[in-house]
Write a new protein. Structure first.
Length: 498
């Protein structure tokens, strides 16, 4: 049986085959699709006797994805691809079309790239050789369910690949990947219950949804009892999200492609679908986000005001608020500027606060994200606050909660526990947490900057001994007077008269 360590090692070796020929950002295009295809093929062969389908039989259970429900024609199976001696890119393109024709739920996962890669910088013969090397390399992997040492091994390996190459690709990764521990923090802050609809409207590679599924398993629920939704505007990222979720065994998913602000896709009867929990890490300070929508946004999402052209943060926040049920909650990662910028953003923030929708503001440490070294915050919105929390906002300064590893900071499990406990307690903690009334926040001109409310802890060493300080002051004054007398004497000896 194959272990996670063995599988990860094999995947790193596969990445070495691509090294020097492809950019880091292209690795997952090939590795994840081939990993997924090998798994589909192995599972199909494993259960082929039970399937008992002919090549031209299209009567598939395409919406029941508890085992992918995938039928692979002969030319799509790994045993066939292994025998291909030339033009493997062409054969993979044919296989991609056949898989998606027979399995509509896998549409665009394979055909969204050209395996022949005609526009690459090196010749087709070299490209063909690299693909055949990858096919041979993956052939050593038996990815049947019966050969996996643990149920979620494929999902963990997929997640490991994504995280590895997110780190290597630097700032670009911030557009699609949120570090796992931060995702875990947001999910534990909001909690999830049976029957809920969960959404990430800017889902990237699906990290929040995967973390939600892991949480559901940990608390003893069935992931089939929760529905997962998402939207992503970049096709390749959308594909990786689909593969990531499927390899984690999450099949009751609805991930749609498109720009969330300009073209929201999560609709039902032409209205926005409402969700019980929303987790999101929208792009910080997005310019040209679609401010022209004010005059014809049919979903009426910008009821608190139109954000400025230069900062789209409150566009995403208002979109999310418009998709919450009457008891819904959202956790959104934002830049610190969202907490205090004035102008139109200040007015929007004021109106949202006046409706008592913000429950907590949590400040994180700097350098936790791949795309930026600056600190970020978490805003928790709640449409159904407990009675004792109404007209109040909890501020938590978690900027000291991290461990430095290499040149980056990372949240630890104990940090997550501390933050979640403080949120659940909803009480003052000197130097760490403060419950502020809306009246107090209004007196600060609706500024949510955490250091306005959470003051540094008092230190016994900082207490002032007035008598001692006066003695020090008198001594300094005497020293100054002596220095002035000495300076005047020296100037007089030099013939300088003041």
């Amino acid at each position: 049986m194959i272990t996670l360590q063995e599988l990860e090692q094999r995947l790193w070796m596969a990445a070495d085959i691509l090294r020097s020929h492809f950019s880091v950002t292209d690795y997952n295009k090939y590795l994840l699709r081939l990993l997924f295809l090998k798994h589909l093929s192995d599972v199909f062969e494993e259960s082929s006797k039970a399937i008992k389908q002919e090549l031209d039989d299209r009567n598939l259970e395409v919406h029941r994805l508890n085992n992918f429900g995938a039928f692979l024609p002969e030319c799509c199976r790994w045993t066939y691809l292994q025998r291909v001696k030339h033009n493997i890119g062409y054969e993979l393109n044919i296989a991609s079309e056949k898989i998606e024709t027979n399995n509509p739920h896998l549409k665009r996962i394979f055909t969204s790239i050209d395996f022949e890669n005609k526009h690459n910088n090196f010749d087709s013969g070299q490209h063909d050789q690299i693909l055949r090397q990858l096919i041979r390399h993956f052939s050593y992997l038996n990815l049947r369910y019966s050969n996996l040492a643990e149920p979620d091994i494929l999902g963990k390996a997929c997640e490991s690949l994504i995280e590895k190459f997110a780190g290597d690709s630097g700032k670009k990764s911030g557009d699609f990947y949120t570090p796992n521990k931060i995702s875990e923090l947001l999910v534990k802050l909001l909690e999830i219950e049976k029957g809920m609809k969960i959404c990430d409207p800017v889902c990237g590679v699906g990290g929040f949804l995967v973390t939600s599924a892991n949480y559901i398993k940990q608390v003893g629920l069935n992931i089939e009892d929760v529905s997962f939704y998402g939207q992503e505007k970049v096709l390749e990222t959308w594909v990786i999200a689909k593969i990531n979720l499927l390899l984690h065994g999450i099949f009751n998913i609805d991930i749609r492609l498109g720009d969330t602000i300009r073209n929201p896709q999560l609709l039902e009867n032409e209205d926005l679908i409402l969700f019980d929990r929303v987790f999101a890490n929208p792009p910080f300070n997005l310019k040209n986000w679609g401010e022209h929508l004010d005059s014809f946004d049919i979903y009426h999402r910008f009821r608190y005001g139109l954000p400025p052209k230069s900062h789209g943060d409150f566009a995403f926040i208002q979109h999310i608020l418009s998709t919450l049920t009457t008891t819904g909650k959202a956790a959104i990662i934002v830049s610190h500027g969202v907490l205090f910028r004035g102008g139109q953003e200040g007015l929007i923030r004021k109106r949202i606060l006046e409706e008592d929708l913000i429950e907590a503001v949590i400040g994180l440490a700097s350098n936790l994200f791949y795309e930026t070294g600056i600190p970020a915050s978490i805003l928790i919105f709640n449409r159904n606050k407990l009675e004792e929390r109404k007209k109040k906002v909890l501020f938590i300064d978690a900027s000291s909660k991290y461990q430095k590893i290499g040149n980056k900071n990372y949240l630890q499990s104990e940090d997550i526990s501390d933050i979640v406990t403080s949120y659940q307690d909803f009480t003052d903690q000197e130097g760490y947490a403060k419950v502020a009334s809306l009246e107090e926040i209004a007196n600060h001109d609706y500024n949510l900057n955490i250091n306005r409310y959470v003051l540094p802890p008092k230190n016994e060493d900082d207490k002032i001994d007035i008598k001692t300080e006066i003695i020090k002051l008198r001594k300094l004054e005497a020293e100054r007077a002596k220095a002035e007398n000495d300076m005047n004497r020296y100037l007089s000896e030099l013939g300088v008269n003041l």
